[in-house]
Unconditional design. Structure first.
Length: 307
């Protein structure tokens, strides 16, 4: 089974191909505080790459009551329509990158596979690693969608007028309220202080979903690159996760949770696909009746074992 990460050297070699093995490169530079970084793309990017705006393409409309969280999943059909407008089909190889922290690329990796793409990988270390390897960049604004495809029509074979289904496994607040099975572990990717409720971040209240185990995504990555596989597996083990453990990943709004999912897929390639709680903590707190846990201990999932 192909693991999700690729290196600058491997990507550089693939970009010399003149057949269908040549990937489309999508640049997903984005920052939690600053949004999509189109200026950064214009200042320098992997030659031939396209820009993918996380807020416009990889995020759905915000709900007035906050349900779904700060970055709701987009409708799969909308993602497929964007892909069609850029002539990216289900079997098109795609490599994703961002500036180097990995969050935007990981979100795109999850959403595009969920939309049906079959070969999606992430450049380990992002553009920073590409430049450190001495590989060339080009400048200029993102190219317009390629002509010859109706960007509203979806991909070939999509039933007209029918919503495209999600491909990857999801969990909802309702699932968590009912309690997860004993063999499932809910992970929270946020920094320890936000998990504990000591730092609110962008949320009006602090803490975590009762029962969630803190596995800060920063403990798995160094300078935007995934740490050695043994180290990553050890971090997962400390959180109660092994190769056979069913995993639900969460964070503040469903972005860095995808980095946990990617890391899990990289070091446990034969394990079941991690399940994404897409709305994550910002969705959980949209209903003030839901309980919160604070401090460095998980607490108990409401309605679940021990809850």
């Amino acid at each position: 089974m192909t693991t999700p990460l690729t290196s600058p050297e491997e990507l550089s070699e693939l970009l010399t191909r003149q057949d269908r093995a040549r990937p489309t490169v999508l640049d997903v530079r984005w920052d939690l505080g600053g949004g999509a970084d189109r200026r950064g793309f214009a200042a320098g990017h992997v030659p031939g790459s396209l820009f993918c705006d996380l807020e416009e393409v990889l995020t759905g409309p915000l709900a007035a009551d906050g349900s779904g969280g700060r970055h709701p999943l987009p409708a799969t059909g909308a993602v497929r329509a964007w892909l069609a407008g850029h002539r990216i089909e289900d079997d098109t190889p795609v490599v994703l990158l961002d500036a180097g922290h990995g969050a935007g690329a990981a979100r795109a990796w999850w959403v595009l596979r969920d939309a049906g793409l079959q070969d999606v990988r992430v450049l380990d270390g992002g553009l920073a690693a590409w430049q450190e390897a001495g590989l060339p960049v080009e400048t200029g604004p993102p190219p317009a969608p390629r002509p010859g495809r109706n960007p509203g029509a979806g991909l070939p074979g999509d039933p007209p007028g029918e919503p495209a289904p999600h491909v990857l496994p999801l969990r909802t607040a309702s699932d968590l309220e009912q309690g997860l099975p004993r063999n499932e572990v809910l992970l929270d990717a946020r920094p320890a202080r936000r998990y504990a409720g000591e730092d609110l971040g962008p949320d009006p209240v602090g803490g975590h979903v009762p029962g969630a185990v803190n596995l800060p995504v920063g403990s798995l990555y160094a300078d935007g690159r995934l740490r050695e596989a043994e180290t990553v597996r050890a971090r997962f083990a400390e959180a109660g996760v092994g190769a056979d453990t069913a995993v639900v990943v969460s964070c503040g709004s469903g972005i860095t949770a995808c980095q946990l999912a990617l890391a899990h897929r990289q070091v446990f390639p034969g394990a079941p696909e991690p399940q994404l709680y897409a709305g994550s903590f910002s969705d959980w707190i949209s209903d003030p009746r839901r309980p919160l846990a604070q401090g460095d201990q998980p607490g108990a999932l409401p309605g679940g074992p021990g809850g």
